[in-house]
Write a protein that binds this ligand. Structure first.
Ligand code: G6P
Length: 586
């Protein structure tokens, strides 16, 4: 989703910002822009497309000056056009801003500003920030006062950086991330540590409802009333700077291939938090587990696993649905929030609601410096390293591994976990690329794929359908095995492909019956199993493993199938259209 970069220092700002924006490309965007201040004048350059494309056409990195702001936009208000791209300037051109989030009252503010002679050129909500700041600056001639007045009028969630013609940079944060990178003789402002990690690993996470001003006298951080606040410098993890594709064609393939290793690292160094989580679960009145997209599918797996093996009831809730289900949470309940990024706005909102009810918040996250971890009293680290591909792959199996470890504590060792065996099984699946590649060729022109799984394999079927949608743009749907005859069977004909998740476990016979019912209607069957059957048109073999462990390995074949189908269809597996890695708006 949108990324912000700001630079204040002694070096040439534009090339540093363009590099920072490139590092944040994985968050998803459709247009890009940069502005710098030079000789008390602000120049803005922007356009639609990838950072490198717009840089080639607009020479973004050639802008002069040692102060600047940059942005990659993921459209919410207004089409994908160069005019709607950030930075946006105030009517006089004396202030430029970049913004993440949504200004909910932008229409009212715009009307008021128009009455005062300000004009607007874009369809965005963001442009009001530039003009509002200008109006307040005209009245106060003071950057600090104009920020305080501006934030008091804005409604919604936002993070913005404003650059003033007099060479002052200011940034404010309200429910959207904003981090200050502290360099040797410069400052960086960014939505993500990747924006500046190449330059420094010293960072200040600006608290919600605070702003910062950078000028020749240094840095000042204040709350929205203008009172200076204390801040802490954190060392950010350098490993997140190591996001290189290496010899792989795509990040997605690299990340899928890393799973034999990442599965072994999940939860490491946070073992005591795993133990405490199990203890909280045992004593809580209600246990809620929340997440979005893939992270929600991990919560669904937890429901089946904990119910079957630990006889513990948990309620998985899609984060964006939580506010409509619960405006509060019962006392003595816990919320386990799962999020790779730790920045998904829907997850943070769910956490906010639970916190207001005094529920304990436990986080399973990959980014330990994320907003989610800051909001939580306990943190379990996924430790899977940077995940750049928008479609979550290795983070899913890491989330599952942690859920398995918590369950193991709850049932006092009943799972007899052996992650070395899981890791070896994943390696075996990964060595079977050519078979999966040949099936992917066939899927190229298919318009509907269903994925069927029974019991604990149903959440994996949902995750598989999500991967297929995200990576191939083919309509895909997960079906709980038993539900086939209650509706989906009507859709089965010779144009349809159905992936059957069917390891040789207690669900095997019933699932095979469903496969036969589907086959009888002419659909093509891809079986994912450790046991072949004549019903499969294609068999993707997975190794035999303990019954409880199959979910950890069966998803790998579908990640590969989705990836290779995307390659066949010539879509970009790393950056699927319209999607963002970190969805930081509601
Ligand atoms: C976005 C991504 C998904 C991801 C979801 C949750 O929608 O495109 O791939 O599963 O966010 O992300 P999180 O970082 O909270 O796990």
């Amino acid at each position: 989703m949108c990324s912000i970069i700001g630079y204040y220092g002694k070096n040439s700002a534009a090339p540093i910002m363009v590099k920072g924006l490139k590092r944040m490309e994985y968050r998803g965007y459709d247009s890009v822009g940069v502005a710098t201040e030079y000789d008390q004048k602000i120049e803005v350059r922007k356009g639609v497309g990838k950072v490198s494309e717009v840089n080639d056409s607009e020479c973004l990195d050639k802008l002069p000056g040692r102060i600047g702001i940059g942005h990659t936009r993921w459209a919410t208000h207004g089409k994908v056009t160069a005019l709607n791209a950030h930075p946006h300037s105030s009517t006089s051109g004396k202030i430029a801003i970049v913004h993440n989030g949504i200004i909910e009252n932008f229409n009212e503010l715009k009307e008021e500003l128009e009455k005062d002679g300000f004009t607007f050129v874009s369809e965005t909500d963001s442009e009001v920030i530039a003009n509002l700041l200008q109006q307040n600056y005209n009245q106060t001639s003071n950057v600090k006062k104009s920020i305080i007045k501006t934030v008091s009028k804005l409604k919604g969630h936002y993070a913005f950086v404003a650059m003033f013609e007099n060479g002052i940079l200011a940034a404010a944060r309200y429910h959207e991330p904003m981090i200050i990178g502290i360099g040797k003789d410069d400052y960086f402002l960014s939505s993500d540590v990747l924006g500046f990690i190449e330059k420094t690993d010293d960072a200040i996470y600006i608290d919600n409802g605070n702003f910062v001003i950078l000028d020749s006298s240094g840095m000042q951080i204040c709350d929205f009333e203008g009172t200076p606040v204390k801040h802490q410098i954190t060392k950010v993890s350098k490993e997140f700077a190591d996001a290189y594709k290496g010899d792989y064609a795509h990040f997605t393939l690299k990340e899928i291939s890393e799973q034999p290793e990442t599965i072994l690292n999940a939860g490491k160094k946070t073992e005591s938090a795993i133990e405490q989580t199990a203890d909280f679960i045992k004593h809580a009145k209600n246990v809620y587990m929340t997440g979005s997209g893939t992270s929600y599918n991990a919560a669904l797996v937890a429901k089946y696993l904990m119910s079957k093996y630990a006889k513990v009831k948990i309620e998985p809730i899609i984060s964006s649905e939580l506010p409509t289900l619960h405006d509060s949470i019962e006392p003595n309940s816990i919320l386990i929030a799962i999020s790779q990024s730790g920045e998904s706005a829907d997850v943070l909102e769910a956490v906010n609601i639970a916190k207001k009810s005094n529920a304990k918040i436990l986080a399973i996250a990959n980014h330990k410096n994320s907003a989610l971890v800051h909001e939580s009293s306990l943190f379990i680290g996924m430790n899977c390293g940077p995940e750049v591909g928008v479609a979550a792959t290795k983070s899913f199996t890491s989330q599952l591994a942690i859920i398995y470890k918590i369950t193991e504590k709850l049932c006092e060792g009943c799972l007899d976990l052996d992650f070395k065996e899981v890791s070896n099984s994943i390696s075996k699946i990964l060595s079977n690329h050519s078979k999966i590649q040949s099936i992917a060729k066939e899927l190229k022109n298919v318009s509907d794929i269903y994925v069927l799984g029974r019991g604990i394999h149903y959440p994996i079927a949902s995750e598989a359908a999500l991967k297929l949608k995200e990576l191939t743009y083919i309509h895909a749907e997960g079906i709980p095995g038993g539900e086939l005859k209650h509706g989906p069977l009507a859709l089965m004909d010779s144009n349809v492909y159905v992936i059957i998740i069917n390891p040789n476990d207690s669900t095997y016979t019933d699932t095979l019956t469903s496969a036969r019912e589907i086959k009888a209607r002419g659909a093509k069957i891809i079986g994912i199993s450790d046991k072949n059957s004549d019903v499969y048109d294609h068999w993707i073999e997975i190794p035999s493993i303990k019954e409880s462990m199959f979910p950890l390995i069966e998803i790998i074949s579908i990640q590969l199938l989705s990836y290779y189908s995307a390659v066949e269809k010539d879509t970009d597996p790393d950056y699927p259209r319209n999607l963002a890695k970190s969805v930081t708006v509601k």
